[in-house]
Write a protein that binds this ligand. Structure first.
Ligand SMILES: [Cu+2]
Length: 259
């Protein structure tokens, strides 16, 4: 009797095992095909005078329409002049259908690098860049010189940067120490800027390498702000640190030579 039952049940077991395995495999496949890779997303850039438009498309030319909030914004746009003397960090408005728009007053004609950071739903953190030529009289290029002193004062705030170690291909920490110059006091009332203690952008001297920088989690409000990154190769880099205090965002920049 029991042998009969076993013979009857065996095919059922085999069938169900096989069936569930098949559907599991199918699920895997669908999930993989859902993931968007950076190379699958293309940005159509349109820059006319001060008007900037970005159109996010997939390989088939269809708009990529859904984005995740990343540091409180759907899209971060960094604009730098070719000599890296001009820097702006702005947030274009989402118009739907994969289109973002904003205006930016370029200070002079000439070449600028535009860097867009965004996260499509079903994708990772993507960075897309574009060199554009802005019409109009160009200003004279400011040569990039390596700072021998990483102490800068902006709007009455003295910000000292230390980078240890200042070497390529090593995980390193950027430490900004902030002092109120007038009061000669440590700044301990930094406000969160884009959901973090600050924002840091790094570009190589030629503007070609853009580094992702992450604020160390769980930091307070000063007087120190820590960030983690890694320089991909030796050379000269410009670093911009952005912080917020008294409702006002200020930017400090440094030029370093990475061994
Ligand atoms: Cu931003």
């Amino acid at each position: 009797m029991s042998r009969l039952l076993l013979l009857l049940l065996l095919p059922v077991f085999l069938l169900s095992a096989c069936g569930s395995n098949e559907s599991w495999e199918k699920e895997e496949v669908t999930e993989v095909s859902h993931q968007i890779l950076a190379e699958d997303v293309k940005v159509e850039w349109k820059v006319e005078g001060s008007f900037i438009q970005l159109k996010m498309e997939n390989k088939d030319g269809k708009p990529v329409e859904k984005f995740k909030l990343n540091h409180e914004k759907l899209l971060h746009l960094i604009i730098v002049s070719k000599d890296l003397s001009y820097f702006n960090h702005i947030h274009p408005e989402y118009k739907g259908k994969g289109i973002f728009e904003i205006r930016n007053d370029f200070p002079a004609g000439g070449e600028y690098k535009l860097v867009a950071d965004f996260k499509p739903v079903d994708g990772g953190s993507f960075t897309k860049t574009k060199w554009v030529n802005i019409e109009g009289p160009a200003s004279e290029a400011v040569p990039i010189t390596v700072d021998d002193n990483l102490e800068k004062t902006v709007d009455g705030k003295r910000v000292t940067l230390s980078v240890v170690p200042l070497e390529a291909n090593k995980e390193l920490t950027l430490k900004f120490s902030l002092v109120d110059e007038k009061m000669n006091q440590l700044i301990t009332d930094l406000e969160p800027y884009l959901g973090a203690i600050g924002h840091v952008v790094i570009l190589s001297e030629d503007g070609e390498l853009y580094l992702h920088v992450h604020a160390t989690e769980g930091q307070g409000s000063g007087p120190e702000a820590l960030f983690e990154t890694e320089f991909p190769k030796s050379g000269v880099y410009k670093i911009w640190g952005q912080f917020q205090k008294d409702d006002h965002v200020f930017t400090v920049s440094y030029v370093v030579n990475v061994r």
